[in-house]
Design a protein around this ligand. Sequence first.
Ligand code: GH3
Ligand code: MG
Ligand code: MG
Length: 581
Amino acid sequence: MASARPHRARRLDRRERRVESVAAAAFLVVAAAMPLALGSSRAFAPVLAGALVAVHAIASRVRLYVGAGYVMPTQLVLIPMLFLLPVVSVPLVVAAGLVAAAGFDVVRGRAHPERVVTGIADAWHAIGSSLVIMLAGQPGAGAVTWQVIALALLAQSGLDVLTAIAREWFGRRIRPTLHAGSLAMAPLIDASLTPVAILAASAAAARPTSVVVVVPLLGLLAALSADRRHRIEDAARRLEALRAEEARLDRAISRIGQTFASKLNSTALVELALRTAAEACRADRGRAAIGERVIQIGRSDKRLDRALFAAREAVEAQGHGCGASCGEAFALGHPLPDGTVLTIARSGEPFSEDDQRRFGSLVRQLGVAIENAALHERLQQQATTDELTGLANHRRFEERLRHEVRRSRRSGRPVSLVMLDIDDFKGVNDTYGHQQGDRVLREVGTAVRRACRSTDLPARYGGEELAVILPDTDLDGACVAAEAIRRAVDALELPLADGGRLGVTVSVGVGAVTAGGDAGSLIAAADAALYDAKRAGKNRVVRAGGRGRFNQRSPEAGRETAPAVPRAIEDGAGAAAAARG
Ligand code: GH3
Ligand code: MG
Ligand code: MG
């Protein structure tokens, strides 16, 4: 009969192996004891037994999949065995058929030799029906009553279900409810095959070779079972594809998350778009050139790269998204509004229209995202930059100063502040006009920026007052930097409308964060030093606190008493002060 066994493609573990070995050994003991203890009136025909073993082996290779397991239509052979062979030998002959089928798989390398042991244990059911037929007096197929057949079926199914439950429970801790489907189906299939099997047995009683009549039926069942298996495998493959699709979607969603986190930088956006497009369209490589910058994803491959290049050329020639190929490499390209072309490529299979549509839509959305990013960057820039000087504005200055002071408090590293004010700037406005005043402010801003390190932050504090934050710089270092700034401004010679040139100076106050100090007190200290520099005669650097405050003077004595009006520099006359107007 059918052994109602769960499908088992894998190797047995230790526990299962033990349980299967015990089940097989117990079967062999019982099956071998039966002929010895009970004897038989029928003679054993080796050729017929061999033929039945072969047909049983064929039948046990046909698997009718039900529930979580399968059922084998071996009932078609078991019944003829019961009426043609000595009944006491039937369990061993059935086991031989099962072992032959398993051995065939083992020889072909499709099963582990342990499958032979489970094959023997699968023969338990045959003991049930054999005992019933024997107790009924071993009637022939033509003489058997339906009551005997029903009883034999019941004993066979009972034993089969019991051993199946026991083996699964002890071997794998699988509850009977989990394989109830195949457990219930096995007796039903056996019962429905029994009438045909009895007819085959009756025919074989007259002519033993007639037993092969069951073979075409087995063929039909095998074909149906193979078709069912293919359908199941097909569904499993589709499920697998759906899972892969789902995983791709997950990855795409996580990319969108990265986009949110990417601070809307256009290069990062293009790279994310390429990766997402490659994922969505199953491409192996992607490329985009933004100005001098080339963004590439995937492994470098000459053929794919040629296809990418061809796609870019095609897009540039036609002005819209299109595909190109190079042998077995296929590429898609699509332009951004600024003319940048994004391309993706894969080998083996051309891109579908769906791929083209998806890629085009992604690149269009990327275009919008890049425009937004540029706008965002511009607004960000505007919000933090002083328009006239191009330096950081007051807001950014305050934020950065607070940040640096907090950092300094945590790390113990110093931070200094330089504040500078253009000397006699009112005079510049009054003498040369407001526009010239703006020009001076701009040039002073540029000179200050150039004199700073990249880690410093020069800012317009307000009016004609500038400031520089110097992270990781102590008061001494900041005074050196301040002096360099003062000199840089002092060296400026700004062209005037009349061909002359204008000199400009700044007074500088320097402060540094002291223990427990905050941004406000740092500004106050630097501002006070700046005030001192003004009072001391301008065009000089004064440090906050310390000995007498006035500790960095302009080296030029003439500057000690700077004029209250701007200096117009006479050609070749150096720093001679000559006020105009
Ligand atoms: P001191 O050496 O004491 O600093 O003298 P000062 O003339 O520079 O001082 P004061 O603060 O009296 O004058 C500052 C002037 O700077 C007043 C204001 O009109 C001018 N100013 C402020 N912001 C701008 C600007 O953006 N452009 C121009 N052209 N002038 C400005
Ligand atoms: Mg001033
Ligand atoms: Mg001022």
